[in-house]
Design a protein around this ligand. Sequence first.
Ligand SMILES: Nc1ncnc2c1ncn2[C@@H]1O[C@H](COP(=O)(O)OP(=O)(O)OP(=O)(O)O)[C@@H](O)[C@H]1O
Length: 264
Amino acid sequence: MTERAILRLSDVHIGGFVRGVSFTLRPGGVVGIVGESGSGKTLTCRAALGILPDGFTVTSGRVELDGRDTATFSGRDWTALRGAVISAVFQDPASYLNPSLTVGTQIAEVLRVKLRLRRRAARDRAEALLASVRLPDVSGRYPHELSGGMLQRALIATAIAARPRVLIADEATTALDVTVQAEILDLLADLRDTTGLALVVVSHDLAVVAQLCDEVLVMRAGEVVEQGPVDEVLYHPRHEYTRLLIEEHESYGLDRFLAVHHAA
Ligand SMILES: Nc1ncnc2c1ncn2[C@@H]1O[C@H](COP(=O)(O)OP(=O)(O)OP(=O)(O)O)[C@@H](O)[C@H]1O
């Protein structure tokens, strides 16, 4: 893969909370971050999105987006880039959608603001986006009328509306039941294959990462304890902590997902 990096983190430190995270994401690439709760996965994502919580900053290292050092970005730069170059979906999709607007209207709004589409074009494109996440008939529906899996799809449609090059999925399937989770993972893989969307997939679930990612970072207490191609890290873990995670996940059917990954 020689295409230019779309997102590159180089030895990123966030106070004492994240210490030395590096990875390079190219178009169509998928990087996974796994690790226990509080290990710094979400802070790493937030650094890439320019939305660190108050009091947190990138204290050393670099975050580069599309070849540009994000340390030089103004608030306005970030506003322009979020959605259009880098976007994200998190757990609990309902909290990210406005309950008083229909799903179609919300996506159309993103399109009007980010792509400056006119009302009619935005509405048509919103419908097409919803169809692309296999929700052909929900444009006129309100969030409370949708199931958790449908909401997460609607949120993915919203997140990709302005054609970002990177999508961060932070525990995006965690709250969903296994079947719906598998459908969402398929959808993400589809988007990667058809549009070259690059993904950062954060999960405490190794099986999710095994299914989707090329490379994985294993984080513990703010540090990357192990990093490499998914097959290597999950089949031949070198670090004791990675071995523990794998053992814990055996009951979730990691083997099955590894088989899928290998067949692909
Ligand atoms: N908004 C915040 N305010 C205060 N401390 C925070 C905040 N966000 C993160 N932290 C601290 O940074 C550490 C890393 O948090 P982070 O959310 O990145 O972990 P995580 O690996 O994503 O965990 P989880 O899987 O539970 O989301 C936490 O243990 C916490 O101490």
